[in-house]
Design a protein around this ligand. Structure first.
Ligand code: ADP
Ligand code: MG
Length: 352
């Protein structure tokens, strides 16, 4: 029996092994690679347009071997005839890692021909990539319709934790939204609006709203296409925007000290906190301070149920060795927000 296993290896940086996403992928492969099974691991990295060596998955082969204490064969090409032969003729127990599926032009378009080629490699499909589940792609949606399919251990765990927090969220319920992928996020702000007491904004979403409110934001990152949609939201009191910021070359790159204090006070009063998206350009240490200050304030709140998610958010904050019981770290950003907002996850629908 050959299992196609979709995991999340969408990890930036030079030490991908340190990411919670890598740890999850490792657990998932361990769980799938039971005796008598072959496993073909499918994953993506970044948003490449065609082949892009910087986004190769090759870097994960050795760390996976180390973590699994088993051989992992990296497949660097998409010659499906060769891949089929390689997999079918391999001994039971073999583990393969296929190159970044987003190098394939049909992947993000849900291309059926591509899905059939991938499906022919295996007998069963497991999706354990929660963070991509809000996107409609071949390796996380179309494939699930062609093979007997199920959810992986991490995906199930995410749903269980997020269900728990949404069942009866204690108030005040504070939502914090920052980061860059604004298109993924503004829709959920709208859907979560009735459930939450305040929404603290940072990063691109804050800039977009500041602009909508008439503030001059210069060259700051914002989403022009979202501007008109948030016109009506921009009047609402629940939405809290920064009151000061750190700037470089005419761009707002982090929240300022007064905002750190304001946001810190609001989260310390909260009983439920959901956070996705850094408050600033965290890769640059001069603009990581707002995000770190917010995390300190959130962690200090022992009375709240806390969910923090998003690839960049989680890698920007220091996770304590043992997370307090009231904190759940989700590997998903856009997916987490979509699910919390009651939206449908195409990848989950495809399995159900
Ligand atoms: P997550 O991965 O946690 O869901 P996103 O991918 O949406 O978060 O956004 C993370 C990115 O947002 C980071 O690369 C960070 O540099 C960027 N970012 C946040 N605030 C700003 C800002 N004010 N200006 C430019 N980039 C920002
Ligand atoms: Mg990100």
């Amino acid at each position: 029996m050959t299992y196609l296993l979709r995991v999340n290896l969408d990890i930036k940086g030079t030490k991908p092994q340190d990411s919670p996403r890598f740890a999850d992928a490792l657990e998932s492969i361990k769980d799938t690679a039971k005796p008598g099974r072959r496993v073909v691991v499918l994953a993506h990295r970044g948003r490449p347009k065609g082949k892009d060596t910087k986004l190769s998955l090759k870097v994960f082969a050795k760390p996976l071997e180390k973590g699994l204490k088993r051989k992992v064969t990296f497949i660097p090409h998409f010659d499906f005839e060769k891949i089929t032969k390689l997999v079918k003729e391999s001994p039971l127990g073999s583990i393969f890692l296929l190159e970044n599926v987003r190098f394939l032009p049909g992947e993000t378009k849900g291309d059926l021909a591509l899905a059939k080629k991938l499906a022919s490699l295996g007998d069963r499909y497991i999706n354990d990539d929660f963070p991509t589940s809000h996107h409609f792609e071949v390796s996380n949606v179309t494939l699930a319709k062609l093979l007997p399919s199920s959810l992986g251990i991490n995906f199930k765990m995410e749903l269980k934790q997020l269900d728990k927090i949404m069942r009866s969220p204690q108030r005040p319920f504070v939502l914090v939204i920052g980061g860059a992928k604004i298109d993924d996020k503004l829709g959920t702000i709208e859907n979560l609006f009735p459930k939450v007491d305040s929404i603290l904004l940072g990063g691109g979403p804050a800039n977009t709203l500041l602009k909508a409110r008439g503030v001059k934001i210069g060259k700051s990152l914002y989403d022009a296409s979202a501007l008109k949609d948030i016109g009506s939201l921009s009047q609402k009191q629940k939405l809290v925007t920064p009151i000061d910021w750190r700037v470089k070359k005419d761009a707002i790159l982090d929240i300022g000290p007064e905002t750190e204090k304001l946001y810190g006070d609001i989260v310390s009063e909260a009983k439920t906190i959901v956070w996705n998206g850094p408050m600033g350009k965290v890769e640059d240490k001069d603009f990581a301070g707002g995000t770190k200050a917010l995390w300190r304030a959130i962690l200090a709140n022992k009375k709240a149920n806390i969910v923090v998610g998003g690839g960049d958010t989680v890698s920007a904050i220091a996770l304590p060795k043992r997370l307090p019981k009231n904190v759940f770290v989700s590997t998903g950003g856009g997916a987490m927000l979509t699910y919390l907002a009651g939206g449908k996850l195409p990848a989950l629908e495809a399995i159900n």
